[in-house]
Design a protein around this ligand. Structure first.
Ligand SMILES: CC(C)(COP(=O)(O)OP(=O)(O)OC[C@H]1O[C@@H](n2cnc3c(N)ncnc32)[C@H](O)[C@@H]1OP(=O)(O)O)[C@@H](O)C(=O)NCCC(=O)NCCS
Length: 128
């Protein structure tokens, strides 16, 4: 439902040099699911994921810097996990904030995708 243009500047602001371009974002949104949190009609947080066969693959989770620690990531993750309790994602090894969040949701490191990224899996339902 969300249009890629609205997410594009958030992507750029949050993920900087790692950000997805509009075409890729559009494709991801069309193929997957996207949840957002708005404040005063502006998107301030979003989660992008693919759901298939009872597994949710979390592609993106981002909150604008000025809106962090308000529980937005928690709320988005909670909503996404309603689709499927089993979930997978990758996270940069130095991203301690995100890892703390994911651990609270029951994600565990199961491996790495490359030298800089952990692969985390949430195998069972657990509390947040
Ligand atoms: C990681 C991120 C999504 C967290 O968003 P947020 O809305 O601030 O998170 P919440 O307010 O929902 O916090 C939920 C919990 O996560 C953990 N957490 C969040 N930020 C943290 C930080 N800076 N340090 C330690 N723990 C943190 C805490 O356990 C927190 O619970 P608490 O506030 O009750 O202590 C946000 O910092 C962000 O967008 N970072 C840049 C993009 C990114 O790294 N995305 C994840 C890529 S895998």
């Amino acid at each position: 439902v969300q249009d890629a243009e609205r997410l594009e500047h958030l992507e750029a602001e949050i993920f900087r040099s790692n950000c997805l371009g509009e075409l890729i974002l559009k494709n991801e949104i069309e193929r997957g699911r996207c949840w957002v949190i708005e404040e005063a009609s502006e998107v301030v947080a979003y989660l992008l994921a693919h759901v298939a066969d009872g597994l949710i693959d979390i592609m993106r989770l981002g909150v604008l810097a000025d809106h962090r620690r308000h529980g937005y990531a928690k709320a988005l993750l909670q909503r996404a996990l309603e689709e499927a309790p089993r979930a997978v994602l990758t996270v940069k090894k130095d991203n301690l904030a995100a890892m703390a969040l994911y651990r609270r949701f029951g994600f565990e490191i199961v491996g790495r995708t490359d030298s800089q990224n952990w692969l985390m899996l949430r195998a069972t339902a657990s509390s947040s």
